[in-house]
Write a protein that binds this ligand. Structure first.
Ligand code: NOJ
Length: 535
């Protein structure tokens, strides 16, 4: 079922936001059996693994990222048996499963926190970050929550403050307590014993906070959170050993994988944890922030590559459940030309590509009025920041009611363009974005240079054109991506001109060849071109 190559290096990983993928029991919320019913689609697309956002019991203040039991399945999504069925059917198709572990905090409904609030003598009290008030009942220090407001919330029963980096309903665990670390290892063991293949560690770099709870120095910024230098609330020295213990355990299960989501998108502080005895990989999230600009992409790539240690393997993310979709950010036209270039970028770079459900059909962000917003941070900051619901709309499977996602009203509205933009329609259209993704993934599987070849940029028109080679000893593939809407020419100089190149693929379906005239190849506006050395 599984090929021998290292799946998380050579493969393509697909993120599923389970509430929005497919609803099998018609309650308007996606579930595990819904995912299972679309495994053939995922196998056809060519993904090697799925990362499923949290499916554990949760009061859903932060839609699953507030867990009340790490070793169970929320009935909204199904049962443990449903999970086992999904896992075995995915494995049968050669698809690995990555669980999303949220271990920096729990839900305030977690039994540990409930116990913790019973009083200072309770054995679970020290599972969380508690601190006495400063004189005048003031919070223990100046820390801020990234979701807005102070980091601290007062609890009148304990007459102490507890810390929460996210919502107050997500109290932070005290990783300095060895009992917490032991419980967390049990969580890994529980899922590894069930045969899961890997874990995405939510905000791993914020597991530890400064034990002395020192104030953070001020800096210039817009929001109070940004007006601090975050030196005490993440990336603490104790993190390295904790990651080592996790890795040691995970390594007992061959071919298992851990990828970390950094708390702050700071390249250096996340890269340093990608080590043979710590994380296999960490997300590079800059691509989710920067505009559609070839030189910005290249410099972001370079800073990521140079921050990583030489043998560390990169991974690339254009979309996830926290940011507006690239289809909106990059202002793609309705024919998705630009999204095809973005797809080629993701699938030909050196590193593991992470795709987000719906990215392959160019799913757009939905528009919501204030009364439709569900994400608390969107409600709090409307209209300045509208939250993250927009990128979490139901998957558009076909043109039937509610886009084939469910027969009941979904928890978030379906994008109104679903009658035209959906999986079924795009599977039947050879020039669709979906078929381009399928083609690129197929090519990537076929050509080792695209999996593990070195990456050599050869850019001449820095803002408009990103061109690079992917090369192994025996194979050379040249990728040219036109970031502008106008035609552009790629100049081939030196050694490149001596080679014979033939067309491997183009995002423009009518292209038949790639003629080199006077050392130049012309690219149409918004074209992605792959050439292979003709040996
Ligand atoms: C990062 C997750 O991606 C985000 O959705 C969540 O709100 C926070 N971590 C808190 O768990």
């Amino acid at each position: 079922m599984f090929s021998d190559s290292v799946w998380w290096k050579n493969g393509v990983i697909y993120q599923i936001y389970p509430r929005s993928f497919a609803d099998s029991n018609q309650d308007g919320v996606g579930d595990l059996n819904g995912i299972r019913s679309h495994l053939d689609y995922l196998a056809w697309l060519g993904v090697d693994a799925i990362w499923i956002s949290p499916i554990y019991p949760s009061p859903n203040v932060d839609f699953g990222y507030d867990i009340s039991d790490h070793c169970a399945i929320d009935p909204l999504f199904g049962t443990l048996q449903d999970f086992d069925n999904l896992l075995s059917e995915a494995h049968h198709r050669g698809i690995h499963i990555i669980m999303d572990l949220v271990l920096a905090h729990t839900s305030d409904q977690h039994p540990w926190f409930q116990q913790s609030c019973q009083g200072r003598e309770n054995p679970y009290h020290d599972f969380y970050i508690w601190s006495d008030p400063l004189p005048g009942n003031k919070p223990p220090n100046n820390w801020q929550s990234i979701m807005g407001g102070k980091y601290w919330k007062y609890d009148s029963n304990c007459q102490q403050y507890f810390g929460h980096m996210f919502y107050p309903q997500q109290p932070d665990l005290n990783w300095h307590n060895p009992a917490v670390q032991a419980e967390m290892l049990n969580v890994f063991r529980f899922w590894l014993d069930r045969d899961v293949d890997g874990f995405r560690l939510d905000v791993f770099s914020s597991y530890f906070k400064d034990q002395n709870l020192r104030n953070q120095p001020f800096t210039i910024g817009r929001r109070p959170f940004e007006m601090q230098q975050h030196i005490h609330d993440h990336s603490q020295p104790e993190l390295e050993n904790a990651l080592r213990s996790i890795r040691k355990l995970v390594d007992q299960y061959p071919n298992s994988y851990i990828v970390g989501e950094p708390f702050l998108p700071d390249v250096k502080s996340s890269a340093r944890y990608v080590q043979p005895d710590m994380l296999h990989a960490a997300f590079h999230l800059k691509f989710t922030e920067i505009p559609w600009n070839a030189s910005r992409m290249l410099s972001s790539l370079r800073s990521w590559e140079s921050a990583l240690s030489p043998d560390a393997w990169p991974c690339h993310v254009l979309n996830n459940h926290d940011v507006p979709r690239s289809s909106s950010r990059f202002h793609s036209d309705r024919f998705d030309h630009r999204l095809k270039v973005a797809a080629a970028l993701m699938l030909t770079l050196r590193g593991t590509p992470y795709l987000y459900y719906g990215e392959e059909i160019g799913q757009r962000d939905i528009q919501l009025s204030r009364s439709q917003i569900l994400d608390p941070v969107g409600l709090k900051y409307w209209p300045f920041f509208r939250g993250r619901d927009f990128a979490r709309a139901p998957m558009q499977w076909n043109a039937s009611s509610f886009s084939g996602f469910s027969t009941s009203t979904p928890w978030l509205p379906v994008h109104p363009d679903f009658p035209n933009r959906n999986v079924e329609a795009q599977q039947n259209d050879p020039s669709s974005l979906l078929n381009w993704y399928h083609r690129l993934i197929t090519i990537r599987r076929e050509y080792p240079a695209l999996q593990n070849g070195i990456f050599l940029p050869i850019t001449y028109e820095p803002r408009k054109l990103l061109a690079y080679l992917r090369q192994t000893k025996s194979q050379s593939i040249l990728i040219a991506l036109n970031f502008s809407r106008k035609p552009v020419q790629l100049h081939l100089g030196g050694e490149l001109l001596k080679e014979q190149w033939k067309l491997l693929a183009s995002s423009i379906v009518t292209r038949r060849d790639a003629k080199i005239i006077s050392g130049k190849i012309s690219l149409a506006g918004d074209e992605a071109l792959l050439l292979i050395q003709d040996s």
